[in-house]
Design a protein around this ligand. Structure first.
Ligand SMILES: [Zn+2]
Length: 175
């Protein structure tokens, strides 16, 4: 059966960033052409630019799932033009994993993983930022995370150090 994220099937491979050079990772990807790649976007863009500058063959990939840093427009363009891949981003924190997933209709917005976490946005005094009224831009603030399935080490109103704005509905798709 072909690899599929939908069905969780197909072969998977994990590669340690530190055991190989960026060029060796790109060569491995080109040899195996995985349908899906999960990778940090900042690391991958540097590796891609290096491979392109060295005129290395580049892999064909259907979709790149990113985490851990911002997936830039620059990476999205390179992935589309050079690899034929779309980029889907997840907002994560190392302490509890995925917090939000990229909107299916917008690169600029994320949907909170409401089954796994409660995300709150607070101002500099720790007070909840009030919901925006219709047509109003929501105010930004610090992100606090409460993990709903973290049994060993509970995470309650944990300050990620990130800044975000909560919209009453997604501007990208209306949900
Ligand atoms: Zn959306």
């Amino acid at each position: 059966m072909d690899a599929s994220l939908l069905h969780g099937s197909g072969p998977q491979a994990l590669r340690n960033f530190n055991l190989f050079t960026k060029a060796q990772h790109i060569q491995w990807l080109t040899r195996h052409s995985p349908a899906y790649l999960t990778v940090r976007p900042d690391w991958f863009e540097v590796a891609l630019v290096h491979a392109a500058a060295c005129k290395e063959p580049l892999p064909e990939i259907q979709q790149i799932l990113t985490y851990g840093a911002t997936a830039t427009d620059s990476l999205r363009r390179k992935a589309r033009q050079w690899l034929g891949a779309s980029v889907r981003h997840r907002y994560t924190c190392p302490e509890c994993g995925p917090l939000a997933f990229q909107c299916p209709r917008s690169d600029a917005h994320l949907h909170v993983a409401v089954g796994s976490v409660i995300l709150e946005v607070v101002d500099s005094s720790g007070q909840l930022v009030p919901n925006a009224k219709p047509g109003e831009q929501p105010k930004t603030g610090r992100v606090l995370v409460t993990a709903l399935h973290q049994y060993a080490t509970p995470l309650v109103r944990y300050d990620t150090g990130d800044t975000a704005a909560l919209h009453p509905s997604c501007p990208g798709c209306g949900v």
